[in-house]
Write a protein that binds this ligand. Structure first.
Ligand code: URA
Length: 222
């Protein structure tokens, strides 16, 4: 194993910066960083009582994340719905069941092998679209979450997720299937696709969704 491979392997198992003396054939010192689970837990602890926007008045709980923080793939949705608000987990309702099925069929992965989160962590009343101010209040949490995970690809489910991640207005029918760079870390790719709830309402779009997940599989290298 070469020095750079060793450094990469150390980073993958949770080490932070790895320092090597010039010309040295093996890693000299490795500074351990807390595991991703621990970093995520303290991030969540920092906002489980968040009252930055009015959604705290109607939510049952803040809905954080689900899945594997070491996955190369992060799915980002819009905001929790009724079932998510009840269970405290993203994508556990009908749209989530459809998403799980597609993750298995197209990516060949189990839901537990990817990481799933939302741009907005609290349920908007009546499942309305989150307001720009609500998305803005939540964004620092999502940004930190993505810094901790550092995935290979962020797959945005729907226009709201795409707009939250890329920071600009977009039309999902025009940009679906396209790959961009994450503005806060251009080494992370961003793939845009439809929201699973849209496919449930428009089953004809299932083929395009499948196509986008194939692109995801390829660029994530899974
Ligand atoms: N829709 C979303 O955007 N997120 C969820 O967690 C569930 C449904």
């Amino acid at each position: 194993m070469g020095v750079s491979e060793l450094a990469r392997a150390l980073r993958e198992i949770g080490f932070g910066e790895v320092y090597m003396r010039e010309g040295l054939r093996k890693a000299k010192t490795a500074v351990a960083e807390p595991p991703k689970e621990e970093l995520l837990r303290s991030l969540f602890d920092s906002y489980r009582d968040c009252k930055k926007c009015d959604l705290h008045k109607s939510r049952s709980q803040v809905v954080f994340c689900d899945g594997d923080p070491r996955s190369p793939i992060v799915f980002v949705g819009e905001a929790p719905g009724e079932e998510e608000d009840r269970q405290g987990k993203p994508f556990v309702g009908r749209a989530g069941q459809y998403l799980n099925k597609k993750i298995e069929e197209v990516l060949g992965l189990r839901r537990e092998e990817v990481y799933i989160t939302n741009v907005c962590k609290c349920r908007p009343p009546g499942n309305r679209k989150p307001l720009p101010q609500e998305i803005g209040s939540c964004f620092p949490y999502l940004k930190r979450e993505l810094e901790i995970i550092k995935p290979r690809v962020i797959c945005c489910l729907g226009a709201t997720a795409g707009e939250g991640i890329l920071g600009r207005k977009l039309s999902i029918t025009k940009v679906r299937g396209k790959v961009y760079s994450y503005p806060f870390d251009p080494s992370v790719q961003v793939l845009l696709t439809y929201h699973p709830a849209y496919i449930l309402r428009n089953p004809k779009a299932d083929g395009e969704f499948t196509e986008d997940l194939r692109t995801l599989k390829e660029i994530a290298g899974v």
